[in-house]
Design a protein around this ligand. Structure first.
Ligand code: FES
Length: 235
């Protein structure tokens, strides 16, 4: 019998819990993430290596008494993973991840804010990504604070100066729009409201995709730029 190949996946999760202080928020978020992993194993035969790296919870300025703990989940899925209505293993895993999340958020309704807690993006991990991250682990990255206005919400996050603006936001679980990550669509377009001086001049891809008129209005392709200082952007 052929052995199924395995696909490494990465999922961004946005969890918002109610808590009076950071310590309580941390322990609630850890318990919810643990319950989520347990349920995922129950719902997905053949999936292994599920791990969630959680960032320290950050108190929401717009929702006092609530804390957001962003998680990055990695899992290895077999390439024959299927569920009804999903034609690819990645789609099957997305369906499992979302339905299990819905169940866990119902079970923990008292401790979390359901409307603010969601699974943002599930994608195939880029080959070599883990190794590259590990080899860079000793290289200190400068973290830059940014403000992102997205879908009616404001997020204050920090992104490494070595990542593109898009990757920095995605790694924090923000559901940014993007498609190619190569400068050949304009899905990742953002408007820079403050801090344009910390971006490099537009490259050829940006000039081709956006044109000078949009660039003059402050639009940039977030997959094409890194930043050297604080910015405020909108998508
Ligand atoms: S994601 Fe396509 S141009 Fe940035």
């Amino acid at each position: 019998m052929a052995v199924a190949e395995r696909i490494l996946t990465k999922t961004h999760i946005y969890l918002t819990v109610r808590a009076e202080d950071a310590e309580t928020a941390t322990s609630r978020a850890v318990n919810i993430y643990k319950a989520y992993i347990t349920r995922l194993y129950e719902n997905s035969a053949g999936v292994r290596g599920i791990r969630i790296d959680m960032e320290d919870p950050v108190e929401r300025k717009d929702l006092p008494g609530t804390w957001t703990a962003v998680g990055t989940m990695r899992a290895e899925i077999p390439d024959d993973l299927r569920v009804l209505g999903a034609d690819t293993p990645l789609d099957a895993w997305r369906a499992i991840v979302r339905s299990t999340w819905a169940r866990v958020t119902r079970e923990w309704e008292r401790d979390l804010v359901r409307a603010e807690s969601y699974v943002a993006i599930t994608r195939r991990a880029v080959p070599g990504e883990e190794a590259a991250q590990e080899s860079q682990a000793d290289t200190p990255k400068k973290l830059i604070p940014i403000t992102v206005h997205l879908q009616g919400q404001t997020h204050n996050i920090e992104v490494p100066d070595t990542d593109t603006l898009l990757d920095g936001c995605l790694d924090k679980g923000l559901p940014m729009k993007f498609q190619c990550k190569a400068g050949v669509c304009d899905e990742c377009k953002v408007k820079v409201l403050k801090g344009m001086e910390f971006l490099p001049p537009p490259n050829e891809a940006e000039l081709n995709m956006l044109g000078e008129a949009l660039i003059k209005q402050g639009y940039r392709l977030s997959c094409q730029v890194t930043i050297k200082g604080p910015v405020e952007i909108e998508q």
